[in-house]
Ligand binder design. Structure first.
Ligand SMILES: Nc1ncnc2c1ncn2[C@@H]1O[C@H](COP(=O)(O)OP(=O)(O)OP(=O)(O)O)[C@@H](O)[C@H]1O
Length: 600
């Protein structure tokens, strides 16, 4: 029922087209009714009584009925086709909108290929259902009732035979429906795996080639396809068995009606034409029921997809927008941040009960350059994720210019922050549109100014079509250094109050590195910066260096202050990077008792 209600909701915007389609199918169904009567007249009057003069009338009558049915079915097909395409477009749009709003935790647990499979494959299954004979069936059922009444009126014995067959259809339905839905769910899950694997492997093509693993990958993919093949075959077997058994039940019913009709003719209670037309009427009752079987098969397949799409559409957002009454503006002019950030006893775990940062207390004044350092996995990126509100802290509070970040609409918050990631993302857009991605209204002059500040202008003008050159996947290939400067230009263009910089770990050649450092200096000027530092050489001048270990802040201070602590982790990290072995590392400090584990 929930499935039908949901599909009904998707169809609601098309009520007018659907009403028209309904009228057309009803008209086509009404056209069925004269057929047995025309056939009866043809047999009883033209064939039996040799009234040849009536032949053209019956022939033209039958032709007119069939022509009208074809015309109506054609118009109906056009209408329903448009509705089906419309539903697919709306549904993909709604899914994409939802996907854009869902918290990152959804992406943590769902491979992107599985998301693709839902947006493409599952929506396709719903389209098939909508464009199947869904609406014909409603009028079919009406026709069935009307014909059953007509049969009852003409000959109750024959009508009783028709009604006696109905429970067989019901049994057939019951047996197959559950099985078909279960198999469809298994197929969709297998498709998730296939799409998920395919996406990952396509993204990693270069690694596959580099390790010459193509034959293994081909074999792996074949295994995955085989895995999905078995339930797919089972699904089509079930569908075929279901439809054919329905058809056979209808056939048996019609045959019995024919036999009974013949008996009635021999007994003199019915004319030959009457027997044929009654059998035709009986077939017209069984036809829609068999079609209903086809539709039920498609419906069960679509229902599995509706449930899966519901998982996306109904999923609660973990990072909710503030209620309008609670939302607060940042105190700066035009709602712009000044760039002061406070982490107030913040703790967080991606998985409930498994915190990865603990009791973080940090006060970043506007304009400060703060470096986060520490061994891999110590929680540096997590702090940044929390500041961006990709996740909400499990406990504690983060404030931007004194305003709790969960009170700031996420769009307003994130517009204050420019992000430059380790592995810069370049979209398949022109270079200019890539630069203005965070500030879509930026003029060409602003884009060029940002490009100059990030030292992108030099290579931009040398590209085949300058700033209009298509870059990203399938476009002009930029070098790693160029991509990093492009990411810096993107951040400059959005003119953020605060910059988050995840330093690239891979070392570039000295010239490239120098260009990036110069571009960064322009980006960071007069802005607050939080730098996730992997190479300590780049942050020795930071106003504050925050050393983390095991999710805790274990040291804070300037480079000189931290270095002076001979037993501190920072000194050991420096020793590791700059060559001096230093004292052996100790484990992260014992975790504080706050908050009690029960709270997590
Ligand atoms: N999306 C996630 N889901 C579950 N656990 C995660 C997720 N992201 C990070 N973690 C875990 O949280 C811990 C902290 O990770 P984080 O990325 O913050 O460390 P980091 O200090 O930035 O590491 P690196 O320097 O290697 O980038 C790690 O144990 C990591 O495995």
């Amino acid at each position: 029922m929930k499935t039908l209600r949901r599909i009904g909701g998707w169809l609601a915007p098309y009520k007018r087209s659907l009403a028209l389609a309904f009228v057309l199918t009803a008209a086509a169904a009404v056209c069925n009714l004269p057929v047995p009567l025309l056939v009866q007249g043809l047999i009883d009057r033209v064939v039996t009584r040799n009234e040849w003069g009536l032949l053209p009338m019956y022939a033209v009558g039958l032709f007119a009925v069939f022509a009208a049915q074809s015309g109506l079915a054609w118009c109906n097909g056009l209408l329903i086709g448009r509705v089906g395409q419309g539903v697919v477009r709306d549904l993909r749009h709604a899914l994409y909108e939802r996907l854009q709003r869902l918290s990152l935790s959804y992406y943590d647990e769902t491979p992107s290929g599985a998301i693709l499979s839902r947006v493409m494959d599952d929506v396709g299954a719903i389209q098939v259902f909508v464009t199947s004979q869904t609406f014909t069936i409603l009028t079919d059922l009406g026709t069935t009732l009307a014909i059953a009444g007509l049969l009852l009126y003409r000959d109750w014995r024959l009508a009783a035979v028709v009604l006696a067959v109905a429970p067989l259809f019901a049994l057939n339905f019951r047996f197959f429906m559950k099985r078909i839905r279960a198999t469809s769910t298994v197929i969709r899950e297998k498709m998730d795996l296939i799409f998920g694997g395919l996406k990952a492997k396509l993204d990693g093509t270069i690694v596959i080639r580099a390790y010459a693993r193509e034959p293994d990958e081909i074999a792996d993919f074949a295994t995955q396809l085989d895995d999905a093949h078995t339930p797919r075959v089972r699904d089509s077997n079930l569908g075929a068995a279901f439809a054919n058994i329905s058809g056979a039940i209808g056939g048996v019913g019609t045959a019995v009606v024919f036999a009974m009709g013949a008996y009635e003719v021999l007994e003199g209670r019915l004319t030959a034409g009457g027997a044929v037309s009654t059998a035709a009427l009986a077939a017209m009752v069984f036809g829609p029921v068999a079609r209903l079987a086809d539709l039920a098969y498609v419906f069960e397949q679509a229902a599995a997809s509706v449930d899966r799409l519901g998982e996306i559409l109904d999923r609660e957002v973990d990072v909710p927008e503030p209620e309008p009454a609670e939302a607060r503006r940042l105190p700066g002019p035009d709602g712009r941040a000044r760039g002061g950030v406070v982490f107030d006893r913040v703790g967080f775990g991606y998985v409930v009960g498994e915190p990865v940062v603990w009791d973080v207390r940090l006060d970043v004044k506007p304009g400060m350059k703060v470096a986060l350092v520490g061994p891999t996995g110590c929680g540096k990126s997590t702090l940044v994720n929390l500041l961006m509100r990709f996740y909400d802290p499990t406990w504690g509070q983060i404030r931007l210019d004194g305003v709790p970040v969960d009170r700031i609409p996420t769009g307003d918050l994130r517009r204050q922050i420019g992000v430059v990631l380790q592995d810069p993302v370049v979209f398949r857009l022109s270079l200019a549109d890539n630069i203005r991605y965070g500030a879509p209204d930026a003029t060409d002059a602003q884009v060029e100014a940002a490009a100059r500040a990030a030292l992108v202008h030099g290579f931009a003008v040398a590209l085949p079509e300058g700033y209009d050159t298509l870059v990203g996947e399938g476009g002009f290939k930029l070098s790693q250094g160029e991509r990093q400067r492009l990411a810096i230009a993107r951040a400059v263009c959005s003119d953020p109050a605060l910059v988050i910089l995840d330093e690239a770990t891979s070392s570039l050649d000295t010239a490239s590195e120098a260009l990036i450092q110069a571009a960064l200096a322009n980006l960071l000027r007069d802005r607050t910066a939080i730098i996730i530092a992997h190479r300590l050489s780049t942050i020795v001048d930071a106003d504050l260096i925050v050393v983390m270990d095991g999710g805790l802040i274990v040291q804070m201070g300037s480079h000189a202050q931290l270095l002076a602590d001979r037993s501190g982790l920072y000194r050991r990290l420096c020793a590791r990077q700059f060559g001096d072995p230093g004292p052996p590392p100790t484990h992260a400090q014992a975790r504080p008792a706050f908050p009690p584990r029960a709270l997590l």
